[in-house]
Design a protein around this ligand. Sequence first.
Ligand code: UTP
Length: 271
Amino acid sequence: MIRQAIIPLAGLGTRLLPLTSVFAKELLPMNGKVGIEYILDECIDAGIKEVVFIISKNKMMIKDYFYKDSFYKKIIKKKGDKRIISAYRKILKYKKMIKFVYQNKPLGTGDAVLKTKKFIKDKYFLMLLPDDLIIKKNCSKDMIRISKKNKCSVMASMKVKKNNVSRWGIYSVSKRLNKDNFFIKDVIEKPTIKNAPSTNAVIGRYILPKKIFSKLKNLKPGQGGEIHITDAIKKLINGGHKIIGHKFRGKYLDCGSMSGYVKSGIEIAKL
Ligand code: UTP
């Protein structure tokens, strides 16, 4: 069973400046609902019971969003508004399942994941990157099923344009399992067009094994001076760990860039 998920939220969000100069991008609304709630709803629907948020002191507003009890209680007592009551109930439901850890320097996704080590109980856990929204199909749910069936890790994947490979983690395939699933031979973070082994990119949904923490422990900074989760995954593969690249069925929305965020809101409004 995969019951725990982790969500790194401690990044700076520079691509969404000026919105992120005073605001956490994960609380930006899309069609009247904040971004992180879409991610939490995907987790809940996939059977996740506990979610670990990795935040920084600069992003305390993410925790505050779920801890406004006395404010809600006061307003509800005064107004008795049904919509507010139901919104508060939903917040309470999320709050019950969220734990917080802190990464105060944004050293990279690998460093962020390492902060969750003491929380992870089972052999495998789910990681979601909140900038990557997948709509119309629950990608996490599908990946959990694939991991259970094949007893291995899974990463969501999609084809990207050749001249965009340097924005992504790119992997090569060792064996095709079926139409949508491939065993991964190697993965490389943000390669140049010349060094990219393919145009298969890793998207922000991962089912990772607990043993990744031992690979993260002494990991040196890589591309761009950051400690990347991709480099720890590469070590896992080199050590013989099996990872499937899963070509997901839903529609991918990039909420981490300004144009992507604007387009995402429009796409979600069409649902
Ligand atoms: P990104 O590097 O893609 O986004 O991190 P960012 O840093 O938030 O934003 P930009 O690039 O400056 O616009 C991918 C995910 O990993 C988290 C981010 O919060 C984001 O959800 N992250 C990144 C961390 O939690 N810690 C880090 O040190 C780096």
